[in-house]
Design a binder for this molecule. Structure first.
Ligand SMILES: Cc1cc2nc3c(=O)[nH]c(=O)nc-3n(C[C@H](O)[C@H](O)[C@H](O)COP(=O)(O)OP(=O)(O)OC[C@H]3O[C@@H](n4cnc5c(N)ncnc54)[C@H](O)[C@@H]3O)c2cc1C
Length: 306
């Protein structure tokens, strides 16, 4: 069955056409953002180009895109990953009640439906799901290379629907802790193994001796709010790659690991020998942090003084 796909991008960012070409005999249209020679897209089998020359805000773009999808009845819309599209594409997907899949690595047509493979589970696995209706896919265009398959192309200028800019309802200053944990070479990171906020001083003392920054798991920053978000490591926090990552009282769930797996040396202190973090560290200490951390700080002070 022939499927209709719309690829969105600039004239220099045509990689996602390569992803659309993986469908069986696809009809590929291109929404060209900005200027450029639309006719040259014909060499990749693009049969129609809609050109949106003037920049529009994300809400207007989403509205314009939804109208175009309804007019052309596309099954698939493929968009690049960028700050702009990270706002505009979910808006369009929500308006169409259609799934949005990000970080896509492959698609395969199965009759009237298709399977989509994307990087998931904190980038630790590839997930395959079946989509039976319309879907929006996002991926870096550089991941794919379109093959040449020349065809005639028609071009149409797309008139953007103007619905006005996003309205700012209120603004709030982000608290500044002055920490750039992404750049830290040494990190002492704390988790829910600490029973109360005041106990974090044990980690602060250790960090001071080492000259390390303080990191933390999500509950410490997001739920308990014992530390600012500047310290939060993980999938939804900061990605760090220090020379030493010392994790204290952190269980080592995949979402935490996703933010620190590129650390050079990982040391884990946890009183539960079955804590998952022990499977992902270079050195593991099964001990009560309240006993071990003060002893370690004391010993390091002695050693580093020499
Ligand atoms: C969509 C999503 C995104 C997420 N993003 C993130 C993220 O970016 N970062 C993140 O960290 N999490 C994230 N999470 C949450 C994650 O799944 C875990 O819930 C979280 O990492 C657990 O934090 P923790 O290890 O501090 O707490 P817990 O899982 O409660 O672990 C506490 C650990 O401390 C140990 N402990 C207890 N007492 C002591 C003691 N006296 N001495 C030594 N050890 C002790 C325990 O054995 C346990 O292993 C996310 C979850 C979801 C669903």
């Amino acid at each position: 069955m022939e499927m209709k796909a719309l690829v969105i991008g600039s004239i220099n960012d045509t990689g996602l056409i390569g992803l659309a070409q993986r469908l069986e005999k696809p009809e590929i249209h291109y929404l060209l953002i900005g200027s450029g020679d639309a006719a040259q897209l014909g060499k990749y089998g693009v049969s129609k180009v809609y050109q949106l020359a003037a920049p529009v805000d994300e809400t207007s773009f989403a509205e314009t895109l939804v109208d175009l999808i309804n007019k052309e009845t596309y099954s698939l819309v493929l968009a690049p990953v960028s700050k702009y599209f990270k706002t505009a594409i979910p808006m369009a997907a929500q308006k169409m009640s259609a799934p949005l899949l990000v970080d896509v690595v492959d698609i395969k047509q199965v009759g009237n439906a298709f399977t989509v493979v994307f990087n998931g589970i904190g980038n630790r696995a590839q997930v395959t799901i079946k989509v039976t209706d319309k879907a929006f896919l996002m991926s870096p265009p550089t991941r794919f290379k379109p093959s040449e398959n020349p065809t005639g192309t028609t071009t149409e200028t797309l008139q953007p629907k103007s619905v006005g800019v996003i309205k700012v309802v209120s603004t709030e200053e982000k608290p500044k802790g002055g920490v750039r944990i992404e750049d830290a070479e040494l990190i002492v990171s704390v988790g829910r193994g600490f029973k109360k906020q005041d106990d974090l001083k044990l980690a602060f003392e250790l960090a001071e001796v080492l000259g390390a920054e303080i990191g933390c798991s999500r509950p410490i920053a997001a739920d308990l709010k014992w530390l600012g978000e500047d310290h939060w490591v993980g999938l939804s926090g900061h990605k760090v790659r220090p020379k030493l990552y010392l994790a204290i009282g952190i269980s080592g769930q995949p979402q935490h690991l996703a933010g620190m797996m590129e650390s050079k040396t990982v040391v884990v202190i946890n009183n539960d020998p079955n804590a998952p973090f022990f499977k992902n560290c270079d050195y593991g200490v099964v001990e009560d942090l309240y006993k071990f951390v003060p002893a370690l700080t004391k010993r390091l002070k002695e050693v580093l003084k020499k």
